[in-house]
Design a protein around this ligand. Structure first.
Ligand SMILES: CC(C)(COP(=O)(O)OP(=O)(O)OC[C@H]1O[C@@H](n2cnc3c(N)ncnc32)[C@H](O)[C@@H]1OP(=O)(O)O)[C@@H](O)C(=O)NCCC(=O)NCCS
Length: 175
């Protein structure tokens, strides 16, 4: 799976990405906006574990955001299970040096149809920490709707935040 966009490519992870993955992901300003499963500090072992997990393209879809041949970020689709199995979560991060150029907006926009085509889902959602307006703006630009505020649902780095839930339906409902 490869998606070519102006200025970047979304493509599969390979073990050659280990060094740039650590270099770009090892940033507390990125980790601060992610779940705790995103390591901080981000070590070579963490990178290898992530790349190995990303090789499972049946259960989920994790693609590298590649700029000039270098993995500089990640975008992922993770279907949930049990009664939530027709919902998938979308997640992403980008190297801080590239923030503000529209890259992740384009990446999210590009992966939405792929997510609905590849998985038997009817709902794509993102849970954003309330202190992350950039991510909310990305989702809004891609047609996601602000659906709910889960009050005080998130504890991150010792502080409590609301979780803002954004949703996108494959049929465009709610957009
Ligand atoms: C959130 C993140 C993925 C955005 O990536 P990006 O490529 O910089 O995003 P884009 O350039 O496509 O769009 C960012 C938008 O947010 C806006 N924005 C940035 N900072 C903002 C702020 N403090 N307040 C309001 N809007 C802000 C930008 O102006 C832009 O909107 P615009 O096009 O209307 O001007 C990136 O900042 C990141 O990796 N952050 C850390 C990890 C993270 O937050 N992951 C998501 C967890 S839910």
């Amino acid at each position: 799976m490869q998606i070519d966009r102006p200025g970047f490519v979304l493509r599969a992870w390979t073990f050659e990405d280990e060094e740039p993955l650590v270099r770009h992901a090892n940033n507390p300003r990125i980790a601060a906006m992610m779940r705790d499963e995103f390591p901080s500090p981000y070590t070579p072992g963490d990178a290898r574990r992530f790349i190995a997990a990303a090789g499972d393209t049946v259960s989920y879809l994790y693609l590298a955001i590649d700029v000039n041949g270098e993995a500089v970020g990640s975008i992922g689709i993770q279907p949930l299970d049990d009664v939530r199995r027709r919902t998938a979560e979308i997640g992403y991060w980008l190297s801080e040096s590239l923030w503000g150029r529209g890259i992740v907006t384009d990446a999210v926009h590009s992966i939405i149809p792929v997510a609905f085509e590849r998985f038997d889902i009817i709902r794509l959602e993102a849970g954003v920490i309330s202190n992350n307006p950039a991510s909310m703006r990305v989702l809004e630009k891609c047609g996601f709707v602000r659906e709910a505020v889960h009050q005080k649902a998130i504890t991150k780095n010792g502080a409590t935040f609301d979780e803002i839930v954004y949703v996108c339906f494959g049929d465009g409902a709610g957009q």
